[in-house]
Design a protein. Structure first.
Ligand code: CA
Length: 231
């Protein structure tokens, strides 16, 4: 695997050093910029695969930098993660609306940062767009087999995982128990249709703490459906 190049735009040197150290150790190539002007020069020199951009920078805000880069053909597709000390939800929305792909609040652990970077790079990678499906407040990642509600990971058994993955890739359609057995369990297993109900119940139970159980809907006389609309 060729190493990915990450540009760290952060004016506080100790934080920049700490991030750069962790990224290099994880095998990334790192370039650093203390302000937006320097960041733009570095991007013109060599396009990074991803940028980490601090919110508060001396010459312009990180958000303004990301917006400006989105306006240029050469830099519009560089994925970015905002770094900020502010935890308010409105900042997150502003960051994402401004074109950042993700957002991480200081202080963060190196492990958390690496996980975010990998997720953003995977989404940005060619042909990998279908690995993560996001719907109704849930995200399912078929590479890592992880399911998340917002930032919180949901633990699922293997059958519940397959069931949820099938539902999320076939939303808003009703499937009979027999169809679900064919598509999720595989056609040649000898499983009673009641088994479907058992796993639907387990799946709903796993989603209940996040108030997302309503996504898995019973359609009377027909079967089940995954829907982001009310039943
Ligand atoms: Ca700063």
């Amino acid at each position: 695997m060729s190493s990915k190049r990450i540009l760290v735009v952060e004016d506080e040197k100790p934080i920049r050093d700490m991030i750069a150290f962790g990224l290099k150790r994880a095998g990334y190539e790192v370039c650093e910029a203390p302000d937006c002007r320097s960041a733009r020069e570095q991007i013109a020199d060599a396009r990074p695969d991803l940028m980490l951009v601090d919110w508060m920078l001396p010459d312009m805000s990180g958000l303004e930098l990301i917006r400006a880069l989105k306006k240029s053909k050469d830099s519009e597709e560089i994925p970015s993660i905002m770094l900020t000390a502010r935890a308010e939800e409105s900042d997150k929305v502003a960051g994402l609306a401004g074109g950042a792909d993700d957002y991480i609040t200081k202080p963060f652990s190196p492990r958390e940062l690496l996980a975010r970077i990998q997720a953003v790079l995977r989404r940005a990678g060619p042909g990998n767009g279908e690995d993560v499906v996001e719907l109704g407040g849930l995200a399912i990642d078929d590479v890592s087999h992880r399911v998340k509600a917002g930032e919180r990971a949901i633990a699922l058994g293997p059958t519940e995982y397959r069931l949820l993955h099938f539902f999320m890739t076939h939303p808003e359609r009703v499937f009979s128990r027999g169809q679900l057995l064919d598509r999720v369990w595989g056609g040649n297993t000898y499983v009673e249709e009641r088994t479907v109900d058992v796993h639907i119940r387990r799946l709903r139970r796993a989603l209940t703490p996040y108030a997302l159980d309503g996504l898995v809907q019973t359609v009377r006389g027909s079967g089940y459906r995954f829907s982001t609309r009310d039943a």
